[in-house]
Design a binder for this molecule. Structure first.
Ligand code: FNR
Length: 184
C-alpha cells in the first residue's frame, strides 16, 4: 500500500514532520509513506493550470498513484498554512486527482487546542467540489496532538503512550477505509 503525506509545515524541526516520520517508521509493515515535497510547488496560478510546471505535474502524478493521502498539519492563525492550501488548490483543478481519494488528517500544536480549528477548516476544504476527497470520518479518528513539547523527546521521537495507542487505532481505521474504498 502506497500512501502520500502532505505536511503543512516546512520547518526543519517541525513537530508535524516528526509525526509524519514516526508514522512512516512505525507502520512500515502496513504501508509505504512518501512525504510529498510541497515546498517546491509554485504559487497556484490559473493561467498555468492547463500547462503547469513540472513540479506540479509530478506532484499530481504522485497523488493520483497513491492509495491514500495523509495530511498532517499545524494550525496557522486558526486555519491551514498557506503552503498546504496552495498544494490543495493545485490538486483541485483540471484532472482533480483528489476526488474520491481516501484521506486522513492529523495535526500537532504547541498549545492546548491541538490544531482543532485548522482540522475543521481542512475538512471543509476537502469537501469542496474540486477536491471531494473521501475523508476518514471524524468519530473516534481525530488525531489532535496538543502540548507537543511534552509528547516528543529531545530526538524528536513521539513518546506519549496514549497518543501512540490512539494513532495505532486510527491508522488501522484508515487502512481499513482504504480497503473498503477499493472494494467498492
Ligand atoms: C502558529 N501557531 C498556532 N497555534 C495554534 O494553536 N493556533 C494558531 O492559530 C497558531 N497560529 C500560528 C501561526 C503561525 C504563523 C505560526 C508560525 C505558529 C503555533 C504552532 O502551532 C506551532 O508553532 C507549531 O509547533 C507549528 O507546527 P510545526 O512547525 O512544529 O509542525
Amino acid at each position: 500500500m502506497n500512501i502520500v503525506a502532505l505536511v503543512g509545515s516546512l520547518r526543519t524541526e517541525s513537530y508535524n514532520l516528526k509525526l509524519a516520520k514516526f508514522i512512516q517508521e512505525r507502520y512500515k509493515d502496513k504501508f509505504q509513506l512518501n512525504i510529498a515535497d510541497i515546498e517546491r510547488l509554485p504559487h497556484y496560478n490559473q493561467d498555468d493550470e492547463l500547462n503547469p510546471p513540472e513540479a506540479v505535474v509530478s506532484f499530481k502524478r504522485q497523488i493520483a498513484a497513491a492509495d491514500g493521502v495523509l495530511i498532517i498539519t499545524p494550525e496557522y492563525n486558526w486555519s491551514v498554512p498557506g503552503v498546504l492550501k496552495n498544494a490543495l488548490d493545485w490538486l483541485s483543478r483540471v484532472d482533480k486527482v483528489l476526488i474520491n481519494k481516501p484521506v486522513m488528517t492529523a495535526g500537532v500544536s504547541g498549545g492546548m487546542m491541538g490544531t482543532i480549528r485548522a482540522q475543521l477548516h481542512l475538512r471543509q476544504i476537502l469537501q469542496s467540489p474540486g477536491l471531494s476527497a473521501n475523508v476518514l470520518p471524524p468519530a473516534g479518528n481525530e488525531v489532535l496532538i496538543n502540548f507537543a513539547s511534552q509528547k516528543f523527546d529531545e530526538s524528536g521521537q513521539l513518546i506519549d503512550t496514549a497518543t501512540i495507542d490512539l494513532l495505532d487505532q486510527v491508522i488501522e481505521q484508515f487502512v481499513q477505509w482504504i480497503h473498503t474504498h477499493r472494494e467498492r
